[in-house]
Write a protein that binds this ligand. Structure first.
Ligand code: DAS
Length: 357
């Protein structure tokens, strides 16, 4: 009888060992994803479950964000780093550079398969485009935010974070540029913009999302058309400062002093967020031409959300030595202009860069 019991005990121990080994093997086979937390609503907290729009952003630390979605461990080996803890309207160039350098360093680490960045939604589109331009890697980099704090009823942050980790751990997300996972959609970091400021369906791309992520699986429907990440000529490891670029918003009855203020601030370029197709009021043309002759780059974007600015249409850009921002909204044009100006001050070269990125 004793032999039988000891045999059974040995068999159970062997079984347990085999089981724990297979669990460890299964865990080790999962992609290794690093979550870089910067703040925003996804880390926000409100006073009550009905506060879906009144809350404090940038409160919850990264480890609590990860612990709040235990299902992450089913799809990846996840660890977190708290890079900043701010609302994203407070991002500055030094924050963009620091984040970009951390992402690039992790992307080079053979023990990292994908990177997720939790971020406020206000300037998420600028950060995702910036990383798309300067992080020289094919590894998935996925930026994610939320429109409601985790304390609210029907908070969107948990599923957005889960989806972002799924995408970051997906081999089929490689080589598609920096991605944004919001509201079950996967957008190109280049194309996406915050188009509604109070709905969970806030983010959209005028050329459409690249795909969707549903119940832990990615579904792709199109690919980016512009240069990005590994095919970019820009490299964050070689950029230690960003030239300043400012935006002037086009409307009726403009004060031309706004453009002078941009020049006096030391900016190297002004993004004219023009009406319609990047139009410039007749009383503002000479001011912009004069600033161009003093060295300020003039880049025509449009305050209209969709479409693209046609060169030499509303204004003779060739004659004035101006640049058009193509389909980039003013805030994305500002990012590209700053990155481009780290390499050239030639308007023709700037225009090439705006066509290609
Ligand atoms: N203030 C917003 C920000 O941090 C909150 C958010 O929507 O994330 O971008």
């Amino acid at each position: 009888m004793f032999e039988l019991r000891s045999f059974a005990a040995r068999s159970a121990a062997t079984l347990l060992l085999a089981l724990s080994a297979s669990i460890a093997a299964a865990q080790a086979a999962k992609p290794r994803v690093v979550v870089l937390a910067t703040g925003g609503t996804i880390a926000g907290a409100g006073a009550s479950v009905v506060n879906s729009a009144t809350y404090q952003a940038a409160k919850v630390p990264v480890d609590k964000l990860i612990a709040g979605v235990p299902e992450l461990a089913e799809v990846a080996q996840v660890r977190g780093e708290q890079v900043f803890q701010i609302a994203s309207e407070s991002f500055t160039n030094d924050k963009l550079l620091a984040l970009g350098k951390r992402v690039a360093a992790l992307a080079k680490d053979p023990a990292v398969d994908g990177i997720v960045i939790t971020h406020g939604t206000d300037t998420l589109e600028e950060t995702s485009y910036f990383l798309n331009l300067v992080v020289r890697s094919d590894k998935p980099v996925v930026v994610v935010g939320s429109m409601r704090p985790g304390t609210a009823m029907s908070a969107d942050g948990m599923l957005n974070l889960y989806n972002a980790v799924v995408v970051a751990g997906s081999a089929d997300a490689r080589g598609k540029g920096v991605l944004v996972a919001m509201n079950d959609e996967i957008h190109s970091g280049r194309d996406v913009a915050k188009r509604i400021n109070i709905k969970t369906s806030a983010f959209g791309s005028q050329w459409g999302p690249l795909g969707m992520v549903v119940e832990g699986r990615t579904y792709w429907f199109r690919l980016p058309a512009k240069r990005h990440t590994a095919t970019s000529e820009f490299d964050i490891e070689k950029i230690d400062s960003l030239p300043d670029v400012q935006i002037v918003y086009g409307a009726g009855n403009m004060a031309l002093e706004l453009y002078d203020a941009v020049q006096r601030s030391g900016a190297k370029a002004v993004i004219h967020a023009g009406t319609g197709n990047g139009s410039v009021a007749n009383y503002a043309v000479d001011k912009l031409r004069s600033l161009r002759s003093q060295g300020l780059q003039v880049i025509r974007s449009s305050r209209v959300g969709d479409g693209f600015v046609l060169r030499n249409s509303e204004q003779p850009d060739d004659k004035y030595d101006w640049v058009v921002a193509h389909d980039l909204n003013p805030q994305k044009a500002k990012i590209l202009a700053a990155v481009a100006l780290t390499r050239t001050a030639d308007p023709k070269e700037l225009q090439r860069i705006f066509w290609e990125y």
